[in-house]
Design a protein around this ligand. Structure first.
Ligand code: 2F8
Ligand code: CA
Length: 176
């Protein structure tokens, strides 16, 4: 009798193992960092956030915020101006830009005085330079990170106007 039962039990065990394995292959690994699978290249300097897997790229050619956005979008569907969600990420971006200052992906375009990240989320971390945001000249809806101020943020014009030459800066892209 056992000679008939044992092979059946063994088969049952195999079937269970197979089921577990094939199921796990169908499920995406929730622990996986967002990663397009592409190497982190682009810009004049770049660095991967080891916590999230996002690739941050620093570009030194000064541009308006909208032109900088377009350059970032060129890196694929998960790419955008840098959205800084932690102090360690801010330190990473500050390292990239050295003593320069550069656009990051935030503005108060929608509601004057309420700054949001470009993905529509509110700031979890705020890192304004003392006295900022001050909307100088009533014309500062975009945000830069300032290397010479230890990575603090400042609101700046998004683009030059006929009466104000400010608004064209280096920028930092992020690809998730
Ligand atoms: O570039 C505009 C920028 O100019 C100054 O910083 C260099 C202002 N700072 C102060 O007034 C303290 C910024 O607020 C302004 O955005
Ligand atoms: Ca300002």
């Amino acid at each position: 009798m056992w000679s008939r039962v044992l092979p059946l039990l063994a088969l049952g065990g195999c079937a269970q193992i197979f089921e577990i394995e094939s199921t796990s292959k169908l499920q995406p690994d929730a622990r996986m960092a967002p990663d397009s699978g592409q190497p982190c290249i682009g810009g004049e300097a770049r660095e991967v956030d080891p916590t999230t897997g996002s690739c941050f790229m620093y570009f030194t050619t000064p541009m308006t915020r909208d032109a900088a956005r377009s350059v970032c979008s060129g890196f694929g569907p998960t790419a955008h101006l840098a959205i800084i969600k932690s102090a360690s990420e801010n330190a990473l971006v500050a390292r990239l830009i050295g003593m320069d200052h550069a656009f990051i992906g935030a503005s108060d375009d929608v509601t004057e005085g309420t700054f949001l990240w470009d993905d529509g989320t509110p700031f979890q971390l705020t890192n304004w330079n003392p006295g900022e945001p001050n909307d100088a000249g009533a014309n500062e809806d975009c945000v830069e990170i300032v290397g010479a101020a230890a990575g603090k943020w400042n609101d700046v014009p998004c683009a030059p106007t006929p009466t104000n030459t400010l608004g064209s800066y280096s920028f930092v892209c992020q690809r998730d």
